[in-house]
Design a protein around this ligand. Structure first.
Ligand code: 5GP
Ligand code: ZN
Length: 114
């Protein structure tokens, strides 16, 4: 059980909240965004509570890499020729849920960042 019981993504990891699971292993969980911004919109998270990218340290480099590989796998499983992977960091970066996550978006033409 995570230390961050008020964190919605920790509660999803713990099985207290449902999710539409796309991938799971010992370290990583991926599931569909509840409010999708594209036909395919997944969230890829470390199971361990790390609030933002800024909390990863050098020892977490493999975990960080795995998040990207899982996003790529989800894109492949959905036959996405092109897709976008983003991570919002802190409120000014557009982050709303403070449990670090990658967004994998695809199935429509992506436009410029804004
Ligand atoms: P952020 O803005 O923090 O980068 O993205 C958070 C994302 O989490 C948003 O796209 C939002 O739609 C999604 N989200 C918020 N609450 C839930 C939830 O309870 N379940 C799922 N699957 N997604 C959620
Ligand atoms: Zn959390």
């Amino acid at each position: 059980m995570s230390e961050a019981t008020d964190c919605i993504f920790c509660r999803i990891v713990a099985g207290e909240l449902d999710c539409d699971r796309l991938y799971e292993d010992d370290d990583v969980l991926a599931f569909r965004d509840l409010y999708p911004k594209a036909p395919v919109h997944g969230l890829v998270i470390p199971k361990r509570h790390l609030a933002t990218l800024n909390e990863f340290d050098a020892a977490d480099a493999a975990l960080l890499g795995k998040l990207l590989l899982v996003a790529r796998q989800i894109a492949a499983e959905h036959d996405l020729e092109g897709y976008r992977v983003t991570m919002n960091v802190n409120s000014l970066g557009g982050q709303v849920v403070f449990h670090a996550h990658l967004h994998i978006l695809g199935g429509r033409q992506m436009k410029g960042l804004g």
